[in-house]
Design a protein around this ligand. Structure first.
Ligand code: COI
Length: 359
């Protein structure tokens, strides 16, 4: 795809940008530019452009607004020790977006076009990449169905959008164990559904349970499977891992109803290569409750692009709660988190070729 470049000449002055970068939060501030491209059944991908960040003009009868035919991604660009910038595993996100698009009956964006778009936006808005520890530039690629009409059928017209947002940690405040609410009423995914795709509908389905979590004083909701209601699935916005007392790392296996996280995959690889035993298998929620009580489970953490590695302390449900650890991040969580962020920020060797420098 050829991108038509229409830069804005800088919409935000350096002083305001510096103030935003000092405390970016998550997903609140957006950079000066965005990338858009269009697809039509009869002409394929076309009209790709980099342009000033601006609201979209959309017909209110666009398919995505009614039937949620959309898929998205999340990846980050990290400031490197030499002042340069590197994306983390963008091809992996490109392939997952293609997988999600197949599930949502959307056209796939070629991997090289996805990566070129991420490089171009990062390069153009490079001054928005924070240089503070723990912060990065979060890229949000999105594909939406914009055919006008109310028939329930795959859209013959689609838009690709890419926006970027300087981001600190997803959970506010210093790194601390978060609390989870185990929802017993709601599920986010079922076999044959869209659980393994990254689509807005999955997140929409999580929100009522997330509200339930907040009403119970918890940071996030955790879901169990939609059939037997006992196998740990994932959180509203990340995967989950457990550490056993012999150092084994355990995470729910990818059943087709769980998102195949890029961070999840990176952590499993780093742990295996460090000689740690890793198990991808079903985890019964009772194994979690009893394991924490007996000491068999020593640490629990969330992992995802936005969540990075965030320790999990308390699990609450209607009728009880258990707390793993002593309120500070456990040693294995800390070790894996450090190995991951050292690799992302260019402080460790990259034998996997995961860093993708943006020249
Ligand atoms: C991510 O980790 O990139 C996510 O998409 C999770 C959430 C912010 C939706």
């Amino acid at each position: 795809m050829q991108f038509d470049v229409q830069p804005s000449g800088g919409m935000v002055d350096a002083e305001s940008r510096a103030a935003s970068l000092a405390a970016p939060g998550f997903g609140r501030i957006f950079t000066d530019h965005m990338i858009t491209a269009r697809w039509r059944e009869d002409s394929g991908w076309h009209d790709a452009r980099l342009e000033p960040y601006a609201p979209l003009v959309m017909d209110p009868a666009s398919a995505v607004l009614h039937y949620s035919q959309s898929a998205f991604e999340g990846l980050k660009a990290y400031r490197q020790p030499d002042g340069g910038v590197a994306l983390f595993r963008p091809e992996r996100n490109a392939r997952r977006l293609a997988d999600s698009c197949r599930r949502l009956a959307l056209p796939e964006l070629p991997v090289e076009d996805f990566v070129a778009a991420c490089e171009m936006l990062t390069r153009t808005d490079v001054e928005w990449v924070p240089d503070t520890e723990g912060a990065s530039l979060y890229l949000r690629p999105l594909i939406i169905a914009d055919e006008v009409g109310l028939m329930v059928r795959p859209s013959a017209s689609v838009r690709f959008l890419l926006i970027a947002s300087p981001a600190g940690s997803y959970f506010s405040g210093p790194l601390r164990p978060i609390s989870l609410w185990l929802t017993q009423e709601y599920v986010r995914a079922v076999p044959g559904g869209t659980g393994a795709a990254k689509c807005g509908g999955n997140y929409a389905a999580s929100l009522v349970a997330q509200r339930e979590a907040m009403d119970h004083g918890c940071d996030q909701v955790v879901f169990v499977d939609g059939v037997e209601h006992r196998w740990v699935d994932e959180l509203a916005g990340s995967n989950i891992c457990f550490v056993l007392d012999d150092g084994t790392l355990v995470t729910p296996e990818l059943t087709g109803a769980i998102l195949p996280g890029v961070t999840r995959d990176a952590i499993l690889t780093l742990a295996r290569d460090a000689g740690r035993k890793v198990e991808e298998r079903r985890v019964d929620v009772d194994e979690w409750r009893e394991g924490v009580r007996s000491g068999r489970i020593t640490e629990v953490f969330a992992c995802g692009t936005a969540a990075v590695i965030t320790p999990i302390g308390t699990l609450k449900w209607a009728g009880g709660e258990v707390t793993a650890g002593d309120g500070s991040p456990g040693p294995v969580t800390t070790e894996l988190r450090q190995a991951l962020i050292d690799l992302q920020y260019g402080r460790a060797d990259d034998p996997y070729g995961w860093r993708h420098p943006v020249g």
